[in-house]
Design a protein around this ligand. Sequence first.
Ligand code: M6R
Length: 607
Amino acid sequence: MCGIVGYVGFRPVLPVILDGLKKLEYRGYDSAGIVLFGQDLSIVKKQGKIARLEQELAGMQLEGQMGIGHTRWATHGVPSDENAHPHLDCSGRLALVHNGIIENYLELKTDLLESGHHFRSETDTEVIVHLVEEKLKTRPSLLEAVLAAAADLHGSFALAIASQQYPGRIVAVRRESPLVLGLGQGENFLASDIPALLPYTKDIVILSNNQVAELTREAVRVFSMDGQELQPEPVRIDWDARLAEKGGFEHFMLKEIHEQPQVIKDTLVGHIDLVNQQILLPELPDEILSKIRQISITACGTAFHAGICGKTWIEEWAGVPVEVEIASEFRYRQRPFLPDSLAVVISQSGETADTLAALRRFKEMGMPVFAITNTFGSSVTRESDWVLTTKAGPEIAVASTKAYSTQILSLLLLALRLAQIKGSQPPERLQEITRELQRLPLLCDQVLQLESRVQEYAYRLRTLDDYFILGRGLDYATSLEGALKLKEISYVHCEAYAAGELKHGPLALITAGKQVCLLATQNELLAKVASNLKEVKARGAEVLVLAGTNGSVGLEGDEIWQLPATFDLFSPLLAIIPLQLFAYYMAKEKGCDIDQPRNLAKSVTVE
Ligand code: M6R
């Protein structure tokens, strides 16, 4: 949802800004722009991806000691050169980039127009630069003008602002939308996300809400909104810069699918007591776990699907009732809770606006919040009572894959730890499961061997425009996530259904030649799934069966993909892999922009 980058230092500025923007392109990619401050101010903005901006810049001799850049995901105003950031004030000497939404921009714009300001774009962002220009008339510094302007703004924003009048100085603001600062020697950086900074520094200050920073070559100073100087603690990030590169894969999505065995292994570290073969969950105190009588999970998109999977595990294994709700629904309705309820929020980015709002509602209701997130230092991390940080590493492709696997693994750990604490399962059974859990990375590797078959299947179905994925129990959660992957990157319409629901309506859509995938990994439900298979076959559908430990026993699929033998409860971690691969290869067959699907952005920091 828009990426911003800023640099002040000794290096050639343009490559630093462009390199940073490319790392942030997953956040939005309908237009991009840069501004450099040197002898003159140079601004170049272009509708389209960063590659178009680069083409535009080729051959230009731009110089400067500092610069800011932006990659946009349009909210106010169509993607166009004019609406692309940076935006300039009337003098053309003050420039600003913004990530977020200004809710009161119309009122502000009316006042600014009355004061004689001239607007060039349709964006909400442009009001901010004119507002700062206005404040500069009566304030002695850029920092003070920005503080005064920020006080008038309603909404969410991360801003970077610089002016020819104040050389070598960038002011940055964070309210709701994320912003991190990178600390260097004789140079300093800012960005919407850490991967943009990793090639230059691993010493990061994660700005908190309502903080303002002033960056020069020599120093980074952080202030509260009332101008008090703060002493933020930098953190050292141990991610390798190569994690944010494609590493020989054609797309980030494919690389991230292949990283699943490793990230599962990494997420398991510290969660297994190898001597006693028990699950450990140091992130959540046992006193809390032993008291829990109800769990309420909320999240968006893929993370919501992880929640559905978690519900099945927690209810079956720990006997604790679980509600799962989409964050954008939960935040606007009244819901009663039993005493001793635990709220669980799940978010890869830790910055999703609806999930954050849901988290805050839980807190208002006095509920303790446990977060599962992939982003250390994110808003979700800061505002929750307890946090499990998944070890997926940076996920760049818009379609979530490895983050999902680590989210469901974390929920499985929660379910099993709860079962241990509550004594709801025989200890020997839990030990057996814990032992098998350690084979998961190996099992995921085995599932990845299906890749060439998946690729052939996608080739055969390359004209597909409608698909069904059916499953029962744990397979239902997997079917939802598999369908989302197919829709978001290959644009194939896909319906996920609890297989038992078929005859209540959707069966009317199954006609000769329809393509259906049936998940059949749960032995207890095999007989039921077999009748669903018959139902769709009888209507002429062609069926791919994704089979679990018992293989295709009694199931006559047109194509069968066999998962490795293991306990049925682990199947969500395995069965999702071929579905991710199928979405990937289908999108490739159709020539789609796999890492940056149309209309979407990685981190949805506005409502
Ligand atoms: O960062 P979050 O996990 O909070 O994001 C939630 C959804 O926006 C996200 O999972 C989205 O559905 C993915 N693009 C799906 O692949």
